[in-house]
Design a protein around this ligand. Sequence first.
Ligand code: DGP
Ligand code: NA
Ligand code: NA
Length: 271
Amino acid sequence: LSVGNTDSRGALIVLEGLDRCGKTSQSGKLLSHLEGLGHSAELWRFPDRTTSVGQMISAYLLNQSQLDDHTIHLLFSANRWEKSQLYLMIVQRQKTELCIWHWGGCEGYSGAICALGSYGSSLGVIISLGFLEHGHSIVCYHLRSMMETKLKAGTTLIVDRYSYSGVAFSSAKGVDVEWCKAPEMGLLAPDVVLFLDIPPEKAAERGGYGGERYEHLEFQKKVAQCYQILRDSSWKMAAEGIDEVEKELHDIVVDHVLACKKGKPLSLLWS
Ligand code: DGP
Ligand code: NA
Ligand code: NA
């Protein structure tokens, strides 16, 4: 196993802001910048509308379906948990070497897992299986989340919206903040949150505004207030569209990428 021999990892970078704040184009520029410096990086976004949960979210945002505020909140959260789903790596032990034999989703295997021991590994817990279903003398099941797997393989994730959108948009409707935070608990905490600070009035002037459920000026003003409640020391506020600010954001991100490369530990929301 070549990954995980050190605690080096990619950084988890989250971009947040109101609708039409320019996050998506900033995410793209950030990706090119990191790749240009030779870092491995990927762009993710939430909601991920490609999954079956994501399709329900998309229909709701397009006003094609109506859902209770709590229900849609939990669907958005489920859409983030989907990406943290445990994946299963089966490794076969060959003398002193471990080689990856199969990699796939957990379904169908979870019932069979019986923990006989664990390997010390920065990758996580490797569980030896005591039965010989696959005809190997020792089969190790290694449980990892997709997001953690990417990070620990050294890939930096630039994530367009995350749990903060979840709490800000739902609490702007009047749903209790603590209730909103609860289902996000246990997801990975970002290393840095870049908040693109734009006056709601300015965002509202942009083309295509109003196309989806939440794109109304009065609602976005409430979302802006709710974001402020969530703000902590990991947040960097940035006025959008200014070259120096963009450069500053890039420098902040590179600093975090380097710190993670040196082994800065991962933590969980909302600790
Ligand atoms: P986007 O694809 O970034 O334009 O996001 C779609 C819309 O969904 C946008 O108005 C923000 C909102 N949104 C994103 N994440 C969440 C969430 O977790 N909960 C709620 N209620 N809204 C969200
Ligand atoms: Na939008
Ligand atoms: Na999104």
